[in-house]
Design a protein around this ligand. Structure first.
Ligand SMILES: Nc1ncnc2c1ncn2[C@@H]1O[C@H](COP(=O)(O)OP(=O)(O)OP(=O)(O)O)[C@@H](O)[C@H]1O
Ligand SMILES: [Mg+2]
Length: 294
């Protein structure tokens, strides 16, 4: 769906992005993870051509984006900006309507879709007439998400979509985000520097450092088969919790009856369905240690 090949971008003779390549399958969610300044936003902006790469190519749905008209390309890609990026002098409804207006949607259709999305994103309809500064941080980020979804683009680029929120609100929004029907079939490239967020939302994670990819893989790959010392040390302060959240009971026990999609962490937190056939905790922990030693 999205293919990025050897992207390079220099600022002031320094590579902000160096030889970055990856592919994202249709309906996949790839998370770009890395510390501040490692080149995440720069990578994102080269995909919708807000920035032109110094070298390298990007294909979306098989089309080389460098051959497309940039503004036309951007209208077909949802973009959630870092720090929500709403226009301060536009109301919520006007902010949301920007792209549909460019596409000459009728007023009626814009209004209908606006209120549909406000409802889906659990925003009160009354906020449509408010200005961004009169919303809470969480509401602003939801409006940013609504704006990116308006014309139902197949591809979404999201730059720290929950960045401005406190940890608790973030966790709640992440749960909602995973359940949102509108997002289920989208191909998503999401940027974050939050490891928990990356693990919860990414089908795969692309870990960057100093403009270069250190490893791309599933949470399991990054934790248990780190490509280098950087990857190993990146997760060190939260490693145990991440491992407990990533390893599922079905990874540990082949016996039938073990429920799927239940992690070791879920058992430790007692978040399992009553009546589910959960092995005894000591057995789980022994199996977990054996799994790690494999
Ligand atoms: N327009 C620009 N002019 C000069 N340098 C830039 C420009 N944009 C980005 N950079 C530099 O490129 C590097 C990568 O920046 P980028 O914004 O991609 O990082 P990031 O990973 O998104 O960081 P953060 O997590 O803080 O948002 C940084 O060193 C940054 O200072
Ligand atoms: Mg950034």
């Amino acid at each position: 769906m999205i293919k990025v090949e050897n992207l390079v971008k220099y600022f002031n003779n320094e590579a902000a992005v160096n030889q970055v390549s990856f592919e994202i399958a249709e309906a996949e969610n790839l998370v770009l993870l890395g510390t501040s300044g490692c080149g995440k936003t720069t990578t994102l902006r080269m995909i919708n051509r807000l920035l032109e790469p110094d070298s390298g190519r990007v294909w979306i749905q098989g089309t080389d984006t460098s051959l497309q008209d940039p503004s036309k390309l951007r209208r077909g890609i949802g973009y959630v900006l870092q720090h929500h990026g709403l226009f301060p002098h536009f109301t919520v409804a006007e902010n949301i309507a920007v792209v549909p207006k460019l596409l000459n949607w009728k007023e009626d259709a814009i209004r209908k879709r606006t209120f549909e999305l406000l409802e889906k994103l659990r925003l009160p309809a009354q906020i449509a007439g408010l200005y961004p500064q009169n919303l809470s941080g969480g509401q602003q980020q939801r409006v940013g998400l609504a704006r990116s979804l308006m014309v139902n683009p197949p591809v979404l680029l999201m730059d720290e979509p929950f960045g401005a929120l406190d940890a608790l609100t973030r966790r709640d929004i992440r749960v909602e985000f995973r359940q949102l029907e509108e997002l289920k079939n989208k191909t998503i490239l999401m940027v974050t520097h939050d490891v928990q967020e990356a693990f919860e939302l990414g089908d795969r994670i692309c870990l960057m450092d100093k403009g270069e990819i250190q490893q791309i893989g599933t949470a399991m790959d990054l934790l248990f088969n780190p490509a280098n010392a950087f990857v190993r040390s990146f997760f060190s302060d939260q490693r145990t919790q991440l491992e407990f959240k990533t390893v599922m009971l079905t990874d540990l026990f082949t016996s039938r009856g073990v429920p799927s999609k239940v992690s070791v962490w879920d058992v430790l937190e007692n978040r399992t369905d009553a009546g589910a056939e959960i092995p005894e905790l000591p057995d789980i922990l022994t199996a977990f240690e054996n799994f790690k030693r494999r």
